[in-house]
Design a protein around this ligand. Sequence first.
Ligand code: GLC
Ligand code: CA
Length: 532
Amino acid sequence: MDKWWKRAVIYQIYPRSFCDSNGDGIGDIPGIISRLEYLSELGVDAIWLSPVYRSPQDDNGYDISDYRDIDPIFGSLDDMDELIKKAKERGIRIIMDLVLNHSSDEHPWFVEARKSRDNPYHDYYVWREGKNGGPPNDMKSNFGGSAWEWVPECGQYYLHQFSVKQPDLNWDNTALRNRLYDIIRWWTYRGVGGFRLDVVDTLGKDVDNMVMKEGPTLHERIREMSRAAFQGRGLVTVGEAWSATPKSAVLYSDPKGTELSMVFQFEHIVGSQEKGEKWELKPLPLPELKRIFEKWQKSLEGKGWNSLFLENHDLPRSVSCYGDEGEYRVESAKMLATFLHGMQGTPYIYQGQEIGMTNSRMDIQDYRDIEIRNMYQERMDEGVPKEEIMESIYQRGRDNARTPMQWDDSENAGFSTGVPWIKVNPNYLEINVKKALEDEDSIFYYYKKLIYLRKTMPVFAEGTFDLLLPQDPFIAAYTRTTQGERLLVLCNFKGETLPCSLRTLEEDLICNYKEPGQEGFLRPFEACIIRK
Ligand code: GLC
Ligand code: CA
């Protein structure tokens, strides 16, 4: 089967914030359709669509109450069919987000399951007896509080690793697994090009021993699902796995295709979290970041396939984290793009990244994310000073990347004619698509060129990776090599001119400065790919 996704670039859409067609303040599928031309201009091969299924929207659609329908806030099934068709006409595939670890508590399965212990659907979810008048153990939900919720009708607790409205499905139940595979096939028949599997590393958990990620049955389960629903259909499948290690990644993305096409792992993100605690801020020195990327580049060479990303709907904006929001916003956004797109793997662009959108700072009442809201309350109750909590929200909060897409300088950034569900970042007057399209030196056109290079030069997908200057605190340098081709990628992560002996002045394949550079130096946030 053709591995088209090795040369592909995938664009992630967070539908709620992308484009609103009917003025209700929420982005929708007709809105996406109206912007396909834009995505086609950028040159992306596929769209990963965050969930649009019917959902009470407790976690913005990651809580599904009907896997075979579209939520009315996003449109209808007809709209979805139309999107698949119109995208296909432009050579763009639609990748659906599959949330299989949990459903909504309003899903008919759970509505039944909670009625009594002998309900036929009871075993579709994970239930345990209480202990000493409390929950079975002290497991915490990712969104705060206990991971267990009491249901008096059953006299049992159910597990929810995320919000209380996201009960975990019981993957040990064969009937449930088959129902899920049916759903996947149903979407495949509708013409979707692939799936992104939400928190896939939690599907094989051993609850009683509190092994939630990469549990004992995980890979066997993924292989079963792959055989039942993925293989032989030309799909791309992407597993979100926060806990992946290079060792497990070669299982997830085994080139024989027994599990998934690629892994979507977060070591470069978790590396900047104090003991994996996302709200404890810790700067990640560049040598450490480079070491992590090198490790993943090297260990998957020929053995697996990785996703390349700096942003998604759960992470802050990359310019704000690793670049410069001020004077060098454009240069640093292009530099980060070069750093990432030069590597092996499939690059992802998160909506707005291609115009260099930045984090936003709002008052606490303007945040919408359940994770932020719960965390804020919990930390306030613990007596953490408000400024400290707000600072971590400004840096790490998921709503940073969920503010509306900035299309132009009209009201609400051209996102909606109504009141947007979350505030637009006030910098939309400066940073917007219209402006980017009018400026041939924009970040947008830089991405377009990177995408084009990946498609036309096999070395990007195939070349081996070698890190240079591993200890350099501000410069990232690496080569990509095939038999006939050798590329040198140079990136300056600092807003100052720095000496760099690797900088020669052969013709650059791409560079984020128009004016020719100076041999032996890299300008502030300069990035280039030199053909050797
Ligand atoms: C994934 C999603 C995130 C969601 C969570 C629960 O990590 O990316 O947005 O809240 O799973 O489904
Ligand atoms: Ca709408």
